[in-house]
Design a protein around this ligand. Sequence first.
Ligand code: ACO
Length: 154
Amino acid sequence: MKDDIIITECMQGEPVPYTLLLIADPSKENVDAYIPGSRIYTAVLQGETIGCYALYDLGSHSMEIKNIAVSEKHQGRGIGTALLNHAIENARVLGVQTLVIGTGNSSIGQLHLYQKLGFRITGIKKDLFRDNYKDRIFENGIECIDMIMLEMRL
Ligand code: ACO
């Protein structure tokens, strides 16, 4: 299936894939804050948009994958890995030297995936989720409180 997806950049005027973006980040306010500074890429399978990522320009040859999401029924089949590999290659082509990604302390699967692809933990934004999200978030039996930051040197 992952070999059948087509990943392309969402061009200006095309609809922003909010349904997907909100799977990774439940705050629309947050999403709306980084969309204008981001390039959005979508993964399409047989005409259906099933995944996306947002690449945000941090300046100084750094970009951050602010959001990556795969629709629930297509998760666990390699699409997320394909999107991340696309983001890494894409960032290289764009001249990026440091690619950043952040996720919650409770997102065990995501931390596994990012490190498996070569991202290294570089820091913690303490209390980011506790301070910025209205509702408390729990995953894998633990509360999501801090943002774990990871980087890859390209
Ligand atoms: N729970 C357990 N394992 C996971 C999870 C999870 N939630 N997510 C990824 N993994 C692991 C898989 O076990 C797999 O490991 P393996 O290759 O050693 O078997 C590996 O990650 C890759 O799996 P894929 O099938 O390529 O990943 P998938 O297509 O499911 O995409 C993604 C991963 C994007 C995290 C997807 O599960 C998703 O959309 N989740 C909900 C939204 C989300 O959490 N997005 C990331 C938030 S952080 C951010 O946006 C910057």
